[in-house]
Structures are given as structure tokens and as C-alpha cells.
Ligand binder design. Structure first.
Ligand code: SF4
Length: 77
């Protein structure tokens, strides 16, 4: 069985959930960065391949990173 490849559309950080653990930045520095309040922001949602972005989202301890596909369906978490 082959899993369908999803294309990531939008990536979003829920600032209320983010605790500044920065694992997303470590996994995908081209996509995420910490702002002055130590919260992650999306600098470029195309700054890494889809697999890396998904890995970064999965690395977040508070699941603060919300990932949508190109049709706007939430694919993570
Ligand atoms: S991994 Fe999650 S909690 Fe840590 S900085 Fe990124 S979004 Fe925030």
C-alpha cells in the first residue's frame, strides 16, 4: 500500500502553545525562527521540503505547529 503524498500548503505556529523549545528551528531553520519573545514564527513556509517541515512539526513538544495541505486541510497534528 502506497501512502498518498500530501503537499504542504500553509504552516502556522500557535503562539499560545509555543514554549520556545526551538526544536522546530533545529530541524528546519529555513522555515522557523524565534522572535524577540522566544516564540517561533514562520519565516518561509517553503524553506524546507515537506518531509522536513512535517518532522519539525512532530518535534514540537507542545504540538504548536499546525500544518495544512494545499487544499487547506489540517494534516498535523
Ligand atoms: S518546537 Fe514548538 S514550542 Fe518549540 S519553538 Fe518550535 S513551535 Fe515553539
Amino acid at each position: 500500500m502506497e501512502s498518498k503524498k500530501v503537499k504542504i500548503g500553509k504552516v502556522y505556529v500557535d503562539r499560545d502553545l509555543c514554549i520556545g523549545a526551538a526544536s522546530c528551528v533545529a530541524v528546519a531553520p529555513g522555515v522557523f525562527e524565534l522572535d524577540g519573545e522566544n516564540k517561533a514564527v514562520v519565516r518561509d513556509s517553503k524553506g524546507a521540503d515537506d518531509e522536513t517541515i512535517l518532522l519539525a512539526a512532530q518535534s514540537c513538544p507542545t504540538k504548536a505547529i499546525i500544518v495544512y495541505d494545499e487544499e487547506g486541510n489540517q494534516i498535523y497534528p
